[in-house]
Design a protein around this ligand. Structure first.
Ligand SMILES: [Cu+2]
Length: 509
């Protein structure tokens, strides 16, 4: 325990935390590999048992590595189906990246495979790279602490977000594909009639009306489809193409949220991971003063506020300074364009914790349709300035009907690889020509956001960038290991329809 900070120690030893909830602290010196297994587990979701997948062998906060500790894992597949885990945010040798047949096959049931590489600090996560398995919660936090994290007098709190359905993921995908994604409400079926004259219309926009989403965030003009090149304010976009049964923070809903014991006047580093299949969240710290300090595990110039958003695959580190008094501070995650919410509670010892409804009174706005949040993020460690060797445009397309999503007009299997040579400075321009947002994730690299709708910025370092409808985001990177790296949308139903290509790096000349 000697490497834990005072607050970390206090939190970890609090009576509220059973042994199973203790963080998995592993020490750097001479340690054996950590054993993890992909397995089934049972959750209680609002009083109803749910059998889901998960990674066993971890504490409640996920896998936590200390500074200098290598990523040494023996992964065993205890499921009765093949699986493979991607270490999202890490840059392992390509053979350990965890994508089916790229280049390693799925682990067969009962198989164990070893992983060993240098861990990159920050808030990251790990998940099955089979979309239906990720939708079944085969995912967990992966936190690598920096020396600064260890020295700082602050308490780490992990907030791992997911969306959940009691239905099998294949059934969920079939419903989305058939245009019944939002079909939970009476009379909703009438809203999903194909609108042949408006290819961008359909269920998402209609669902938004059900949820009152269009009255917020400058998303008026419900009925009409915008013209190309129009501004976001007059646009009807498609949000939330599926109504999930529950929204989870650390596997719990607001009917029984995690209550994290904190100190009066304490400083919290909230590590938020959006592991949802298809839900963008706003993090709302309510009455607690907060600042955003890292995106996707990379430090940004601190940005003050009480509400920050993140798309699927993304992470945010938010520092919170608690007042010098006792109390309870809910940290909520709001589903964009809707009233549903989830979250956890920070509470001092003995504080009264009030039950919160899992529906807000008003819908949260759509996230970052104008890239306003992204524009405010500035990397602390920008990429070194150098000439660009290669630029590539990636057109993001697709529609709700038929439900198919593409990169450069192609689905996976018909794609043209995006090519580069090792060491080249490459700029990728994601141009979203569709009415849904796409969080685009590149494996094996860290990129910097350098352009937002044509305006140059010295933006955040990331591995997953949110590209809103009818928007363009440029990212710069230095091409890494000569290998085939996945480049895909992190919306699982989009990925399942084939919204993936490859960044094919060849050896330098
Ligand atoms: Cu997408």
């Amino acid at each position: 325990m000697n490497t834990l900070s005072r607050r970390g120690f206090l939190a970890a030893s609090a009576a509220a935390l059973g042994a199973a909830q203790m963080p998995h602290i592993a020490f750097a010196q001479g340690m054996a590999p950590i054993s993890l297994s992909a397995a089934t587990r049972t959750l209680d979701i609002d009083g109803r048992a749910a059998t889901v997948f998960g990674l066993a062998g971890l504490g409640g906060q996920g896998l936590i590595l200390n500074p200098g500790q290598r990523f040494r894992i023996d992964l065993t597949n205890d499921l009765d189906v093949g699986t493979i885990i991607h270490w999202h945010g890490q840059i392992p040798p390509n053979a350990q990246d965890g994508v089916p047949d790229m280049p390693m096959p799925l682990l067969a049931p009962g198989e164990t495979r070893s992983y060993d590489f240098e861990a990159r600090p920050g808030t990251h996560w790990m998940h099955s790279h089979v979309p239906t398995q990720e939708m079944q919660l085969l995912a967990a936090p992966l936190i690598v602490r920096s020396a600064e994290d260890v020295a700082a007098d602050r308490q780490d709190v992990v907030m791992f977000l997911h969306d959940f359905s009691f239905k099998a993921p294949e059934e969920v995908l079939a419903e989305i594909g058939a245009g019944h994604g939002g079909g939970h409400g009476a009379g909703h079926g009438a809203g999903v009639q194909p609108d042949q004259g408006a290819p961008m219309g359909g269920m998402g926009a209609m669902q938004g009306m059900d949820h009152g989403a269009m009255g917020h965030g400058g998303m008026g003009n419900m009925g009409g489809m915008m013209g190309m090149g129009g501004q976001m304010g007059g646009m009807a976009m498609d949000l939330n193409d599926y109504d999930w049964d529950a929204y989870l923070a650390n596997d719990r809903t607001l009917s029984d949220p995690e209550v994290v014991q904190v100190e009066r006047g304490g400083r919290i580093r909230l590590r938020v991971i959006n592991a949802a299949a298809a839900t963008v969240f706003w993090i709302d710290t309510g009455g607690a003063e907060a600042r955003l300090v890292a995106a996707d595990g990379h430090a940004v110039q601190p940005l003050s506020g009480t509400r920050f958003g993140l798309a699927m695959g993304q992470r945010l580190d938010i520092e919170i300074d608690l007042p010098n008094e006792g109390g309870a501070w809910p940290i909520l995650a709001l589903r964009e364009g809707a009233r549903e919410r989830t979250g956890l509670i920070l509470a001092t010892q003995g504080a009264e914790v009030r039950r919160l409804d899992d529906m807000a009174e008003t819908a949260a706005p759509a996230f970052d349709t104008d890239l306003a949040q992204e524009a405010r993020l500035i990397a602390l460690d920008a990429l070194p300035d150098r000439p660009v060797d290669r630029s590539q445009m990636l057109m993001l397309g697709g529609s709700m009907q038929p439900y198919v999503w593409t990169i450069n007009g192609a689905v996976w299997g018909q794609h043209q690889p995006v090519a580069a040579r090792r060491g080249e400075r490459v700029v990728l321009s994601f141009h979203n020509m569709s009415m849904m947002a796409h969080p685009m994730h590149l494996h094996g690299h860290v990129f910097q956001v350098v352009g937002l709708n044509g305006r140059r910025v010295a933006g955040a370092l990331r591995d997953t960038v949110h590209v809103p409808p009818m928007s363009m985001v440029d990212v710069a990177l230095d091409a890494g290991e000569a290998a085939r790296w996945m480049l895909h949308c992190h919306h699982m139903p989009h990925l399942a329809t084939g919204m993936m290509t490859e960044f094919a790096v060849t050896a330098s000349v």
